[in-house]
Design a protein around this ligand. Structure first.
Ligand SMILES: O=C1C[C@@](O)(C(=O)O)C[C@@H](O)[C@@H]1O
Length: 248
């Protein structure tokens, strides 16, 4: 279990994270306000949706709106399904800037980045007391189970606070495959796992984390940040139904 600002990740009902996808400060401010009203457990700023370069101002706007809620800083690269291309050097400096701002609680770092970018960022986050989500995304397919297991184990090995995997199912067997990997690893990996099968077919995996071992799920208020996300209210209701029955 990982506790961040009172939110217990890896314990009880999966935590709901709502992403901010605004293009500019006005949109970001407005979305942050709505997200705050929705009582999200965590908030993710998807920086790759933002067209400006003033990271500090945007972080200040978000923090002002969301108060003390845990904030994840995520620049999703195009090769992993993000919106905007960036050089590895810029990825490094944007993330370093965010870590030095004192305004974020978690940072998403992609597992498949060049090691010379990835490892210093993990070290820097540790130094700053920021939790790391080491993530991996496949928008085209669901890799073989052994490969998914290796990626999640590698994330733990290189120092992740949370290991995250998002894959695309092409059939129902792929969905079972992702759930099976999560279920197998939940008692083997010591850190919280966050896994999801994307798209319509994967919807169960965004709801069933308490049973199979995924400790966070991404919902929407307005624009989705990935295919298959469902709106916050529905997500929250279903998570409650599962939680009440699992803990009966
Ligand atoms: O990695 C993830 C998970 C995600 O891709 C999803 O499928 O819900 C959404 C992203 O915003 C987040 O960074």
């Amino acid at each position: 279990m990982l506790k961040i600002k009172g939110i217990e990740i890896g314990e009880g009902r999966p935590k709901i994270c709502l992403p901010i996808t605004g293009k500019n400060l006005t949109e970001i401010e407005q979305q942050s306000r709505v997200i705050n009203e929705k009582q999200a457990d965590l908030v993710e700023w998807r920086v790759d949706f933002y067209h400006d370069h003033d990271i500090q101002s945007a972080l200040e706007v978000i923090r002002k709106q969301i108060g003390d809620r845990p904030l994840i800083f995520t620049f999703r690269t195009v090769r992993e399904g993000g919106q905007r291309d960036i050089t590895d050097q810029d990825y490094l400096s944007i993330n370093e800037k965010a870590m030095m701002s004192g305004l974020i609680d978690l940072v998403d770092i992609e597992l498949k980045l060049p090691v010379v970018i990835r490892n210093p960022l993990i070290a820097k986050a540790k130094q700053q007391g920021i939790a790391t989500i080491i993530s991996n995304h496949d928008f085209g397919k669901t890799p073989a189970q052994e490969e998914m297991i290796n990626r999640l184990k590698e994330a733990e090995l290189i120092g992740a606070s949370i290991a995250k995997l998002a894959v695309m199912p092409n059939n129902s067997t792929d969905v079972l495959s992702l759930l099976s990997v999560t279920n197998k690893l939940k008692d083997i990996i010591k850190i919280p796992l966050v896994t999801m099968s994307m798209g319509g077919f994967g919807v169960m995996t965004r709801l069933s984390g308490e049973i199979f071992g995924s400790s966070m799920t991404f919902g929407t208020v307005g624009q989705a940040s990935a295919p298959g996300q469902i709106d916050h209210e529905t997500l929250s209701t279903v998570l409650d139904v599962i939680h009440e029955n699992v803990t009966k």
